[in-house]
Design a protein. Structure first.
Lengths: 91, 264
């Protein structure tokens, strides 16, 4: 797991999101932990809304749906959460 | 020191929080708040006061940061990126010798480095989107909503206590770590939104960078002041359109339709 996470982290920092997801997907157990970690965090705030300083707003339910569909790049916060999750699991 | 605090279109929360902190951090702080935080006033204030330190928040893209009503404040001439706000250079002549905290999304990607090339001593910026949780009721800022900003505004507390930009950056990272620990293992872990705010804090930490000279300082060194924020706070906003501009035409329309005073 550690090897996959390290590779994914490097790719994410380089902005290669799809490559990072492909690397994670080579280890289904690790990928599942990443997905579950992000979904659980989002699900902990039902009806929650995440914003950025540009006035963009995403609902937690909308983001959960995108993660379930594997559409990490469809909403910018998901890429940031993916990076955070990989870092959390690497610790 | 100068604090530019627009309060519409997504920056109401950081501006409200900083409005409460600024005078604790710097008793002589000059604050341009709400509609006063426009590009013209900001330029005039920088020219007149020549502040060594400027805090600004607003919308941001790699080539620009904006103020109230999305007025371009500092921008590069990169129309390919954005024709509306990066059509020409703006206010880059004002940054020479200054330390700036540009609390806007994306400005670390390009604008901050160009500001340093143009003589800014140091620039604190974000090279991606700065995320936060909106209040559940739309107006009450609690510890969960405030925590990313409280971590981020460590920069201002430390810089305005006379420490170097490098020390402020280190303190900023440590502040994010403390908040992450608070929600992961501390008292905050009992809150239902703890898991999500941990991810948000981690994401914000990763994108918060220092550009320029890490030895930059803006005032004589003194003990770091502890800025206190009484929570919960209520978001302070300026209505986009004065209420009368909506209410009067509505009343006139209602009167003409119903021939009298508005009735429920």
């Amino acid at each position: 797991m550690a090897d996959v996470l390290t590779k994914a982290e490097v790719l994410l920092k380089a902005g290669r999101v799809n490559d990072a997801i492909n690397v994670l997907a080579t280890d289904p157990a690790t990928y599942n932990r990443v997905v579950q970690g992000v979904i659980n965090a989002l699900a902990s705030v039902p009806g929650g809304r995440i914003a950025d300083l540009n006035g963009n707003i995403w609902s937690t339910s909308q983001l959960i749906e995108l993660v379930r569909q594997g559409r990490w790049t469809a909403a910018p916060p998901l890429i940031n959460f993916l990076m955070a999750e990989v870092e959390l699991l690497s610790r | 020191m100068l604090f530019l605090l627009p309060n519409k279109r997504g920056v109401e929360i950081p501006s409200t929080i900083m409005r409460h902190l600024a005078h604790q951090i710097d008793p002589k702080a000059v604050i341009l708040w709400g509609d006063d935080a426009n590009a013209e006033n900001a330029r005039k204030a920088i020219q007149d006061l020549d502040p060594p330190y400027i805090f600004t928040t607003g919308h941001g893209i790699p080539c620009a940061t904006t103020l109230q009503d999305n007025q371009p404040f500092i921008s590069l001439a990169v129309p390919e990126m954005n024709r509306a706000v990066c059509d020409r250079e703006r206010n880059l002549d004002l940054v020479k010798g200054k330390v700036l905290h540009v609390h806007s999304c994306w400005c670390g990607k390009l604008l901050a480095s160009v500001m340093v090339q143009r003589g800014a001593w140091a620039v604190f910026a974000h090279d991606d989107e700065f995320l936060f949780l909106l209040p559940q009721d739309g107006k009450t800022i609690d510890i969960v909503v405030a925590s990313p900003f409280l971590a981020e505004f460590t920069v201002d507390t430390v810089m305005l206590s006379g420490h170097t930009a490098g020390e402020a950056q280190k303190a900023r990272m440590e502040a994010f770590d403390r908040w992450i620990s608070y929600f992961q293992e501390g008292e905050g872990s009992k809150l239902k939104s703890a898991q999500l705010i941990v991810r948000i804090l981690m994401a914000d930490k990763m994108i918060s960078k220092l550009y320029g000279d890490s030895t930059a300082t803006v005032t004589r060194e003194r003990p770091i002041m502890e800025a206190k924020l009484s929570l919960p706070l209520t978001v302070e906003v300026t209505p986009s359109i004065p209420l009368a501009m909506i209410a009067i035409p509505l009343m006139l329309w209602w009167s003409s339709w119903h021939g009298g005073t508005p009735q429920p």
